[in-house]
Ligand binder design. Structure first.
Ligand code: PRP
Length: 217
């Protein structure tokens, strides 16, 4: 049988994902020693790992070229979901927040506000839920620059430790929602390879619970 193919988000989530796979007994040596390779066998070859950018993980899973994916809830919220979200993996914890320059009353005044973000859909939904008319400007990275340079009144971004905000004289105005990494599945794969996917998901789920237990002891 073809290996079960999992798209992993490169970078921030990569280390924790590999650790989670190793905890359930899958040999990830090839991923750890990947060099510049992007498709790697895991375990005894029953699983194949694909390393991709977060938004591309969703594209590969939605289009069925990967059966499963590991991606942050932030990317899921921004990019929609024509797939099944099957497990909260518990790592990659951070939050979506609205932030602005320290001491500024973001909600004050009558002038329409401008907000910079890498997540325009998330930002739009948040302000719509507040019935606030806000101009949203898409920024590709280091969004914290926008209020500092005077391009925006605030930002909607992910906050993990809060260090980037703090070190740039910004502060959280409001937390929008909590975020963590999710295991997602292609809808057809979930039917065709149900047993394998469910077995992997339940192993991961058990290991997450055990790991959490160890940490709280
Ligand atoms: C994210 C986010 C913040 C920072 C938050 O950026 O956009 O800038 O991390 O983390 P902290 O609260 O621990 O400081 P990332 O590092 O992914 O880079 P980017 O802004 O260039 O996309």
């Amino acid at each position: 049988m073809k290996p079960l193919r999992i798209a992993l988000t490169k970078g921030r989530l990569e280390k924790d994902t590999v650790a989670a796979l190793e905890r359930i007994g899958l040999d990830c040596t090839q991923v750890r020693e990947k060099g510049r390779r992007l498709i790697l066998p895991v375990g005894n070859g029953e699983i194949e790992v694909v390393l991709a950018k977060a938004a591309d993980v969703i594209t590969y899973v939605e289009n069925g070229v990967c059966d499963l994916g590991v991606v942050g809830k932030d990317t899921i919220m921004e990019n929609g979901s024509h797939f099944f979200e099957i497990l909260d993996l518990g790592f990659g914890r951070c939050r979506f927040a609205l932030a602005c320059k320290k001491g500024v009353d973001f909600f004050g005044g009558y002038k329409a506000k401008t907000v910079a973000t890498k997540y325009p859909n998330v930002a739009r939904q948040f302000f719509e839920s507040r019935a606030m008319d806000v101009r949203i400007i898409k920024i590709e990275g280091s969004v914290e620059l926008a209020p500092l340079l005077g391009l925006a009144d605030g930002i909607v971004d992910i906050v993990e430790t809060g260090a980037t905000l703090r070190e740039n004289g910004l502060e959280v105005v409001e937390t929008i929602t909590q975020i963590s990494a999710r295991l997602i599945a292609n809808t057809a794969s979930l039917k065709l390879r149900k047993a394998e996917i469910e077995a992997l998901a339940s192993q991961l789920e058990r290991s997450i619970a055990e790991n959490r237990g160890e940490k709280t002891v």
